[in-house]
Design a binder for this molecule. Sequence first.
Ligand code: SF4
Length: 327
Amino acid sequence: MKRKRIVSGMRPTGRLHLGHVHGALINWRSLQKDYKCFYFIADWHALTSEYEHPEIIKESTIDIIIDWITIGLNPEESVFFVQSSIKEHAELHLIFSMVTPLSWLERNPTYKEQLKEMAQKNLYTYGFLGYPVLQAADILMYKANGVPVGEDQSPHVELTREIARRFNHFYSNVFPLPETLLTPEAKILGIDRRKMSKGYDNAIFISDSKEIVNRQVANMITDPQRARRTDPGRPGFCNVFTFHELYTNKEMVKEIDESCRKASIGCVDCKKMMATNLNKALEPLREKRKKLEANIKIIENIIDEGNKKARKIAKDTMEEVREVVKI
Ligand code: SF4
């Protein structure tokens, strides 16, 4: 039986961190079992915010593919491709732009949030407002049945469905309506308790060395109410504890929970223990990464192969689109 398709992408604006791992990549890895997955480097999307400094986009593309493989995404099973290498995305974006009412884009909640979040950049551009239209083109090009996204991105999938509906209504039933596959929420935050982000300088990256990880963990903000060593802590309010839940064995997590509440463990020791366990988990990934970095040609071949597969589907979709649009 033909496997259902899913499509998802990442903006190449730097190396990937643990927020990406727990917020997307672990889920992407497990989806490979049940779906035909199309994972792409969203470099045109990156350009909407990085247009003044586009160098980061190219640099990050290879890095991100290496991170994907390091985490266990399999290019033999899934299609990895680069958005800008499949020019059909631009054409479909243009056609969708004709049928998408401006009000749909202006009321998009993530648009407003991102304008605020990235206030240091001038994002009042035509391209940035139209970001979800390009996303719709990325998804519908492959006639995806589902899109794995976090809660914050679900309005974009809804918008994709609206665009598909409108297109199908005007022309012909070309596009399926993709489902939102909500990614289980990533609980980990950055070291300052804000969302983990390169832009906030609060991230722990997959490729970070042991020394950097130790330093970042030492700087982590813990339970804000635990001001003194003798104050009982609240593990539920502590980001270090959330990391323990992911990287420390169950019995030890239970012990830390109790010791923290009784103030019989200090935050410095608790952090050291967590950093040790986190480094233990990251060590094999660092090794795997190093080997991949030494074979960039293999990564480039993976991208070429993925682009070929994606291009073939995109070509077919666009032939169908042009025919029904009669242009
Ligand atoms: S002891 Fe550990 S879990 Fe408790 S507040 Fe300190 S760092 Fe967090």
